[in-house]
Design a protein around this ligand. Structure first.
Ligand SMILES: Nc1ncnc2c1ncn2[C@@H]1O[C@H](COP(=O)(O)OP(=O)(O)OP(=O)(O)O)[C@@H](O)[C@H]1O
Length: 423
């Protein structure tokens, strides 16, 4: 094909040279550019997912970031109520306009479209999933959104799966209750994120304790917290605990969540802020994005502040194997890898080190990073190189033995003897 970009991940053509599955990512509205998309998920309903979504959005908005909330909980929408939004969304030729809160958070929820808030949504799964996709593709979010929070439907069913596949989620925050931590429902949410190669940014234990207003003592109403233990078990660094706070419930009931003050999620907000400041790494050759992540000898590291490039440097990766390379990049402060082709093993290793993959990109490195930071690129977090997915490229021990040169020039020559760590 004359117009081939070598990006099979986002191409729908039925082509004999296809090397990667078609990407399911939806294009955003042409008038929208979103820098960071954060999913707020829970293993089951009623644990405070919408509460955490709202509180995080309020926090980031107070820190002067342009903030949006996409309410993907179509059958149980809570966002308009928490913010006291009565107004309905308006449509134009170019798309649907957001409904904005008093402090300017841009929102879209099914309740902003239904005539009556109490109208039930009695739709089948594919229609619900399609509606969520339209919230991304048909709503005019604006071209300057720093953070979009997605209030996900609870559980690990059809709609969360569609959201993970269709929207460019940079990371998720898992919300749990103390009982969920005991029942291991949270493990299902963790494993789903791992399957989808989406980094887990943090875990929030809601209703974790109650501080008695009379004696000031803290009581673990639902039993002693296991959050630290569970976070360690799944390798999640960022942990937050939210108390049972009658003022929180009443703020939601009054539509006044924007008036709530509290320190509970500050560290999580710092971490999110860090996503806009963290480094982006690009496999590099002659000013261009080198197209095979696993064979890159050089990386260009971009230092980012508030979503803008401040400086860049070239580094040589002096380690080999996906795990070692992922750790090396994480150690350099990298939170995003922007690349062309990449295999499943590399994506998993990077996600395990808290690094988001934005794959399927070609062209001049700096120009593409600038577009990515503006949210103007359609990228994929799925493998765009099938070479490393093939069983015959792995030894019986699962060791990498593709016979190709590794990032630093070592070669295992197909013998499977390097264990994926040639130097
Ligand atoms: N820490 C808290 N203290 C007091 N009330 C809370 C707290 N967290 C949540 N609530 C209240 O509990 C109820 C459920 O919370 P929320 O709607 O955020 O849960 P959810 O996980 O989004 O539920 P669903 O998925 O079913 O929509 C709400 O009425 C909310 O105001």
């Amino acid at each position: 094909m004359s117009d081939c970009t070598n990006n099979c991940g986002s191409c729908s053509a039925d082509c004999k040279d296809r090397t990667a599955p078609e990407s399911f990512l939806e294009e955003s509205n042409s008038l929208s550019q979103v820098k960071k998309v954060i999913g707020i998920v829970s293993g089951k309903g009623g644990v405070g997912k919408s509460m955490v979504t709202s509180l995080l959005a309020v926090l980031m908005n107070r820190r002067n970031y342009v903030t949006a909330i996409l309410d993907a909980d179509i059958t149980g929408p809570s966002i308009p109520k928490a913010f006291g939004l009565q107004e309905k969304a308006l449509g134009t030729e170019a798309g649907i306009l957001t409904v904005d809160t008093d402090s300017g958070i841009r929102t879209m929820s099914i309740n902003s479209l239904l005539e009556e808030d109490s109208d039930p949504v009695v739709w089948r799964g594919p229609i619900i999933a399609g509606t969520v996709k339209q919230f991304w593709s048909d709503v005019i979010w604006g071209d300057d959104v720093d953070f979009m929070f997605i209030d996900m439907p609870p559980g690990t069913g059809d709609v969360p799966l569609t959201v993970f596949q269709s929207l460019p989620v940079d990371g998720i925050v898992i919300v749990t209750s103390p009982q969920e931590l005991v029942s291991m429902i949270v493990g299902k949410a963790v494993k789903m994120a791992q399957l989808m190669n989406i980094p887990i940014l943090g875990i929030v234990e809601n209703m974790s304790y109650f501080v008695c207003p009379d004696c000031g003592q803290s009581h673990a109403i639902f039993g002693e917290s296991r959050i630290q233990q569970v976070a360690e078990e799944y390798g999640i660094d960022q942990v937050a605990r939210l108390p049972i706070q009658p003022q929180l419930a009443s703020a939601v009931d009054r539509g006044a969540i924007e008036s709530v003050e509290g320190p509970w999620l500050d560290e999580l907000a710092d971490l999110l802020e860090g996503l806009l400041n963290a480094k982006v790494a690009v496999p590099y050759e002659d000013g261009q994005i080198f197209q095979h992540f696993g064979h890159a000898k050089q990386f260009q590291l971009f230092d980012i502040q508030r979503g803008e490039i401040k400086s860049s440097e070239l580094i040589t990766a002096d380690c080999g194997g996906h795990g070692a390379l992922a750790e090396f990049l994480a150690h350099q402060g990298v939170r995003t890898v922007l690349c062309g082709g990449i295999g499943d093993g590399a994506i998993q290793a990077l996600a395990g080190s808290g690094i988001t993959v934005a794959a399927g990109v070609a062209g001049p490195s700096q120009e593409q990073v600038e577009l990515y930071l503006k949210g103007a690129l359609t990228v994929s977090n799925q493998p765009t190189c099938d070479r490393h997915n093939q069983k015959e490229h792995q030894s019986a021990q699962g060791e990498h033995q593709c016979g190709h040169e590794h990032a630093t020039g070592g070669s295992c020559g197909g013998q499977g003897s390097c264990g994926g760590s040639c130097h």
